[in-house]
Unconditional design. Structure first.
Lengths: 281, 316
C-alpha cells in the first residue's frame, strides 16, 4: 500500500506544480514553457523507479531507470558501434538517397503532366502500403550488411517524399504564377524562385516524416538478417538473453538518435521556412 | 476520372514490363547453374567463373537460356505471373482442394493466406481501436487543459521518433512473461503507431472552429460541454477521418512488425518464414496480400467518412 500512496502523492504534487506553471503568473515565460514537459518527463521516470522498487518488479520484466543508466554508461562502446551500423550507415545513407530520388521524381512528375496523372495516384496509394514488407526481399538481394538496410530505407521514404513534394509544388496561387510570367520567367526560373521556396514547408514535412520511417526501416530490416552489430540486432539478442537492462539501454540510444535526427531536420526547417506562419512567434 | 485511367494504366504496364525485364538479370546466375547441371553449354562453363563475371556479359553470352529466368523454382525475383499463381494457389486452391482447406477440414487452412491475413487483420483492428480511442481522448484533454497540452504534447512527438518496432520483440516477450499473449501484444504496437496521427489531427480539428463561432456559443450562454458536443466535435470530423486513414495504415504496419518475433501466424510471420526457407514467391504473395489488406482498410474508412459527412450535411 505504501508505495502506491507515495506514487499518487508524487504524481499529484508534480501535476499541481505543472498546472501552476502553465496557468499561473509565470505561464507566459519561456522557462516555464520548457519546464512543464521536463517536469512531466522526470515525474514519469520517478514513478517508474518507485513502481519497480516498491512492488519488487523482477529485472526480466521491467528494469528500473537506476539499473538502466549504469548499463548504458558501461556499454557506450558497443552502443556507439551499433549506432554507426544502424543509423549512420543504414538509415542515413538510405534517407539521403531515398529523399533525393523522391524529390527529383517529384520535379519530373511536376514537369510532365502525363506522369503526374499516371504516377501520382499510384504513389499516394503506395505511400499507404506496408512497405516494410519489402525488407525480407531486399535483405535477400543486398546481403546482411548495411547496404540492404539502406535499400529498405530508400523504398520506405521515397513515396512520402514524392507525394509531399508534388503537393508542395502546386501550392502557389494562379496570381503568383501569372506574376512570374509577366516578368518573363521561364519554367526553371519560376521553379527555382517561386515554386520551390513555396514548396519548402511541404518538403520539410516529407523530410520529417521520413526521419522516423528511416530508423524504423533500418531496424526492421535487421530482423531479417544482420551482422553481429546494429541496434535491432542488439535488442533482439538481448531480449533472448533476458538482459532487459541492455535492451532498454539500446532503446534509449535509438530514441536519442531518432529524436536528435528529427530535431535537426526541424531546426533546418526553421531556418529555411522562417517566413511561414507556423514558424512565426 | 476517365482522364486518369490511361496514364495510370500506362505506368502500371511500364512497371510490369520493367519487372519482367529485371527478372532476367536478377535470376541469370541460378538459371545458368541449372542449365549447366542439365548438361547445356554455358559460357563461362563453371559457377566459379560466373561468380565474378559481370551480369551483362552473362546475358549476351547465353541468349538461349534467358527465358528460363521466368520459370525458376526459387527465383531471386519471381516474375509477376509466378507471384499471381502463388497468390491464387495459397488462397483459392488451398482452401478449396487443400487437405487443411475450408472445404475438407471445415476451418481455414493455416498454410493459406486467408488465415494469415485474418490473424493480421484482428491485431490491426484491435490496435486501431485502442490507438484511435486513446488518441481522441488525449486530444480532448489537450484541447481543454493547457497543462495537458504543455506537458503531454512534446512527449507525444518524442514517442513517435522512438522507433517502436525496435521495442516490439521486448513488448511481446515481457507481456508474454506476465501472461498476456495472443492478439494484445501485437495490438499494443499497432496502437502505438496509430494514436499519434489521431492526436495531431484531432487537436487540429477540435481547434478548427474560429473565435467568432465560439463567441456565438458564448452569447447563447452555452456550457463548455455543449460547445464541445455541438461545435467542436462536428467541426473536427473531417480532420478525424483524414487522420484515421493514416492511422489504420500505420496500424497494419505495426501488426506486421509485431508478428515478426512471435511466429504464430500472420502476414509478417509468413514473410519471415518465406525469407528463412528461400520461398521468394511466398514473400511476394504475402506482400501483395498485405497491400490489398491496406487498400481495403483505407477504402473502408474512406467509405465511412463519405457516409458520415453526407449525413452531417457536408455536400459532395
Amino acid at each position: 500500500m505504501m508505495p502506491a500512496i507515495a506514487i499518487l502523492v508524487v504524481w499529484a504534487a508534480a501535476w499541481a506544480l505543472n498546472v501552476w506553471l502553465s496557468t499561473g503568473r509565470y505561464a507566459a515565460h519561456l522557462w516555464a514553457k520548457l519546464a512543464v514537459p521536463l517536469i512531466f518527463g522526470l515525474t514519469v521516470i520517478a514513478i517508474w523507479e518507485m513502481l519497480v522498487r516498491g512492488f519488487g518488479v523482477p529485472l526480466v520484466i521491467l528494469p528500473a531507470p537506476s539499473q538502466i543508466a549504469p548499463r548504458f554508461g558501461d556499454s557506450l562502446g558497443i552502443l556507439w558501434s551499433d549506432v554507426v551500423q544502424t543509423f549512420l550507415r543504414g538509415a542515413l545513407t538510405g534517407y539521403v538517397i531515398g529523399c533525393g530520388a523522391g524529390f527529383l521524381t517529384a520535379i519530373a512528375v511536376d514537369r510532365f503532366g502525363f506522369l503526374r496523372r499516371g504516377l501520382l495516384p499510384l504513389a499516394s496509394f503506395m505511400a499507404a502500403l506496408p512497405i516494410v514488407g519489402t525488407a525480407p526481399i531486399l535483405v535477400m538481394w543486398f546481403g546482411f550488411d548495411w547496404q540492404s538496410k539502406a535499400a529498405v530505407v530508400v523504398v520506405m521514404v521515397f513515396f512520402p517524399m514524392l507525394v509531399n513534394t508534388v503537393a508542395g509544388l502546386s501550392d502557389t496561387t494562379a496570381m503568383q504564377r501569372d506574376q512570374m510570367r509577366t516578368w518573363g520567367a521561364g519554367y526553371w526560373q519560376a521553379l527555382l524562385k517561386l515554386r520551390l521556396p513555396a514548396a519548402m514547408p511541404f518538403i520539410f514535412n516529407g523530410l520529417k516524416i521520413s526521419t522516423t520511417l528511416a530508423l524504423i526501416g533500418a531496424i526492421v530490416a535487421e530482423f531479417f538478417g544482420s551482422p553481429t552489430l546494429g541496434l535491432g540486432f542488439r535488442i533482439t539478442t538481448s531480449v533472448g538473453q533476458l538482459s532487459l537492462d541492455m535492451v532498454w539501454a539500446a532503446i534509449l540510444v535509438s530514441a536519442l538518435a531518432g529524436t536528435s535526427f528529427y530535431g535537426l531536420v526541424a531546426l533546418i526547417e526553421r531556418g529555411v521556412t522562417f517566413w511561414h506562419p507556423s514558424q512565426r512567434r | 476520372m476517365t482522364g486518369r485511367v490511361m496514364p495510370v494504366l500506362t505506368v502500371l504496364l511500364a512497371t510490369l514490363a520493367f519487372w519482367y525485364l529485371a527478372a532476367v538479370p536478377m535470376n541469370i546466375r541460378e538459371v545458368l547453374t541449372e542449365a549447366e547441371r542439365g548438361g547445356a553449354q554455358v559460357v563461362p562453363a563453371t559457377a566459379l567463373e560466373r561468380r565474378d563475371a559481370p551480369v551483362l556479359g552473362l546475358l549476351f553470352d547465353n541468349p538461349g537460356e534467358l527465358a528460363a529466368a521466368w520459370t525458376q523454382d526459387r527465383p531471386r525475383l519471381p516474375a509477376p505471373h509466378q507471384v499471381a499463381r502463388e497468390l491464387w494457389q495459397s488462397t483459392v486452391v488451398e482452401e478449396l482442394s487443400g487437405r487443411r482447406g475450408i472445404v475438407q477440414s471445415g476451418s481455414l487452412s493455416n498454410r493459406g493466406l486467408v488465415y494469415h491475413a485474418g490473424v493480421t487483420l484482428g491485431a490491426t483492428a484491435l490496435g486501431f481501436l485502442i490507438g484511435a480511442g486513446l488518441g481522441i481522448l488525449l486530444a480532448v484533454g489537450i484541447v481543454h487543459s493547457r497543462t495537458m497540452d504543455r506537458s503531454v504534447m512534446p512527449w507525444a512527438i518524442v514517442s513517435q521518433t522512438v522507433p517502436i518496432v525496435a521495442i516490439a520483440p521486448m513488448i511481446i516477450v515481457v507481456l508474454y512473461s506476465i501472461g498476456v499473449q495472443g492478439l494484445l501484444p501485437k495490438a499494443v504496437i499497432s496502437a502505438w503507431l496509430s494514436f499519434f496521427p489521431v492526436v495531431v489531427g484531432m487537436v487540429k480539428g477540435l481547434r478548427a472552429p474560429d473565435a467568432m463561432q465560439i463567441d456565438l456559443l458564448h452569447t447563447y450562454s452555452a456550457s463548455k460541454g455543449q460547445a464541445f458536443w455541438k461545435l467542436r466535435l462536428p467541426a473536427s470530423t473531417p480532420y478525424l477521418f483524414a487522420s484515421l486513414k493514416i492511422a489504420i495504415a500505420a496500424s497494419l504496419v505495426g501488426a506486421i512488425v509485431g508478428e515478426l518475433p512471435v511466429q504464430k501466424g500472420g502476414l509478417g510471420a509468413r514473410m519471415l518464414a518465406g525469407s528463412y526457407y528461400g520461398q521468394t514467391s511466398q514473400i511476394w504473395a504475402a506482400l501483395f496480400a498485405a497491400a490489398a489488406l491496406a487498400a481495403v482498410l483505407v477504402a473502408l474508412v474512406g467509405w465511412i467518412e463519405r457516409r458520415t459527412l453526407r449525413r452531417m450535411g457536408a455536400g459532395a
